[in-house]
Ligand binder design. Sequence first.
Ligand code: PMV
Length: 330
Amino acid sequence: MSVTAGGKATARAHANIALVKYWGKRAGAGNVPAAPSLSMTLDALVTETTVELGDGATDEVELDGVAAGPDAVTRVGRVLGELRARAGSTSTRMACVKSRNFFPTASGLASSASAYAALVTAAAAAYGVELSPEDASRLARKGSASAARSIHGGWVLLPGGDEAGPDPAAEPLAPPDALDVAMVVAITDPGPKKVSSRDGMTLTAETSPYYQPWLATARADAAAARAALAARELPRLGELMEQSCLAMHASALAARPGVIYLRGVTLDGFLLVRELRRGGRSCWFTADAGPHVKALCARADAAQVAAALGALPGVTRTLVSAPGGKAHLV
Ligand code: PMV
């Protein structure tokens, strides 16, 4: 990452979707996942963040033109504080952070991964701190664990659990063009306000009888997915993606009370993706801490898969994204 000290920098980062998901944090500080995860960075979903050092008494944070709430300001401040500590006496100035999501309007997609990856990249440059991609990933992880993966483009592994070491960084496994694929995102009606991923995974870890079995399968799925990616075996990777998604949601559903992100339309989408596959299309489903359906497809099949998902009652729109690149200064 090049550094342009001067107190102001702008960076872009892309969202990512985990094929093999993490769900739950390792005990202790540092926001380290309890299991490894493997993701694809998405070209079509971008956050752009500008960080400018100023003479204010506190950090200021603006998200899509609106002042951020206290929780977001605290989390952003933690990342900025760490960079100020690294900058030492060269900068103790507070920062003004302005972040914009170039996501389809009202898509209802989570943006914390691209947001923290863009923040770390821009803020390091504004404070004149030279960060290796590993250090940028570690710092992004402290804001949001999935953000550690958005520092890199293409196919990315974030280690987790006891074997991940004290302060894990995400590792790029393969460039964006390693597989000729696209991710179809079928956006559903927003419905009632969702439980945040942080709260949902904490409740699952504390109360679900399926949490420990989930961790065991997650580790095995991540290793198998890594091997499938190395062998460029899309069908095997897709199969592991579905398995990981269903196991993660099973652990969440069994929490007490159950954490329910899936809606009727999500399950209809899953079944439709399987039906399309039986009809010869290369496509596999997943869903995160929300009701939207995502389908990993052979690029040649993406338009038909998007059209079929788009025709499902309850799907408001679809978007198709190629694998994307790494976080960068602009
Ligand atoms: O790290 P967060 O708070 O963005 O949570 C990510 C949770 C999942 O998207 C469900 C799984 C994952 O590995 O991205």
